[in-house]
Ligand binder design. Sequence first.
Ligand code: ADP
Ligand code: MG
Length: 627
Amino acid sequence: MHLTTPTSTIQILPEVIANQIAAGEVVQRPESVVKELVENSIDAGATEITVVVKNAGKSLIHIIDNGKGMNKEDLSLACRRHATSKISTIDDLYRISTLGFRGEALASICSVAQVEIRTCRESDSHGWKLTVDGTSEQKIEPFPCERGTQIFIRNIFFNIPARKKFLRSDLSEFRYISETMMKFALARPDIRFVFYDGDSKIFDVKAESMQERVLSILGSDVEKALIPIEFENTILSIKGFVGEPRLARQSRGLRQLFYLNGRHIISKTLNYAVFSVFEHLIEKNSYPLFVLFISLDPEKVDVNVHPQKHEVKFDDERSIFSAINLAVSQALAKVHLIPTIQLQEQTAQLPFVAQRPDNQFLVNKLTGEIIEPTTNHTEQFQQYTDSFASERSITNATITPRANHFLTPTSSAFDSLFQGNTTQLNATQQQPNDGFEASKKSYFQLHQKYIVVENPEGMMIVDQHAAHERILYEKALQMMNREFSQSQRLLFPEEKTVSASEASYIKELQSELEALGFEFTFLSDTTIEVTGVPADIPSGEEHSALLEIIDTYSEYEKIAPSARRENLAASFGCKTALKTGKVLSIPEMTQLVDDLFKTSMPYVCQHGRPIILDFPLKELDKRFGRT
Ligand code: ADP
Ligand code: MG
């Protein structure tokens, strides 16, 4: 037996090893270093931040800021673990307004790279220089420099070969860094960011407005298709932009950005809050473009749930979800969109294109994205003819919603479409109408499901159920505002047994249900006598309507608990609207389409699905080879 072994097998790790372990979480690749250091520069109040990387940051990351700098004492502490100037009590953790707070970034970075920090405060006559690499003691000496801080990170992972081996190609690592730089630039339009890859300048964006910054970073070709968002309720405010559906692309990359109190965050749930509005307006497997800035009381969110602070935990995620969902639907509803059936088109390419030396394909230097070689026209033609041969022409087509410019908010859109003055038509609609006359507009019901209507540009197809649902939705909202009411008395009052939860919904919504035209009295806690129902309830469904509407309401309420009236109106529309399979006469179709165009948003239903599709003649002409 070897009694010489230490009595305890557990030992406290030396600080440098502890830091290297922490670095495993904080510093995964050169991009993590860039992120942490730029966050520090922002927290130091810098208005100009320059980042230079060499070999995708593997050999050098150099960050220069004009922030407040550090004195000798702070500098000597900055690289120690748990050294932070940003929080001092546990309560501070719950009201964080800086990007950093964990006090481990510099310590982690210093344990895995060669680091030099030069820093000077405004009030000091000279600055200081700190050097440290991995295991060595840090050295601090006086150094002449301007106000602010410069940090050089050389040879990342020089002392941890296993980590170095896991780094990806320069192209991939550079892409991570440039995406992070763009995310910072979008987050803080008030700061000038300069970004170099070796000697070549990738971007230099001066302080500007939020909209200007979005265009500087995403490219000015998106300008006309950005829909601004400004939304505020009691718990949060949302600002930013969503792209029109036609900007949706198959990559998510830099196209889906959420910022929470200035910090870029990743959240599947919030992404879905936007996506669900677009879902039926864009192609399958594509994603809408958005840049949204959420401001929220810092106490209502925990930012300390992820080592790199990418994810956060909201106290009340559901309300945030519904607020975003509502903000985006309202913004989309303002720009009237009719999806147009079009042939497949080449999508616009991203900026900053650089050619590969082998001339094989193009690489977007900024995003690292590989762009297809020049289109092969023979192949394209083949696809085109194939789609005819297999009679998949319509399902193959892309649905590209476009802004509708021929509406004025005050007049009925449908009137202006047919009798309206042509001065409202935009350039694309001013082509000759080929003798189209308003009186000749014809209606045709397709499979008891869709209404086909001829219009000056070609034709449109209206979903009869969705159209009626939209009409009834708005009508219900008006009735709940007591603008009018329509009820029908039941010949034979109906006694119904209700569950406790149904009863509580009915009581909670009593005045709204009465406004819609329901008349009822509670005979006991679980029985109710219905004596009248809304005039729109189709005959034969009078007796089941109330409970079915309540049932649908309870589903909607789970998604958007605060939108009580909207939920009830939507449930009413959904249960009462004409069903697929209902045969419609010409006057009924005319009335329905007319009423639809009198609503505030004829093109998209509350769930974001299209109500109308547009088939322009010119697209048909293209398909028939007449152009
Ligand atoms: P944290 O940001 O979580 O506080 P860091 O390890 O990133 O932890 O930084 C430690 C401290 O060093 C910061 O709290 C700050 O006081 C100081 N510091 C780091 N970078 C800068 C900078 N660019 N300018 C001024 N002070 C800095
Ligand atoms: Mg930090």
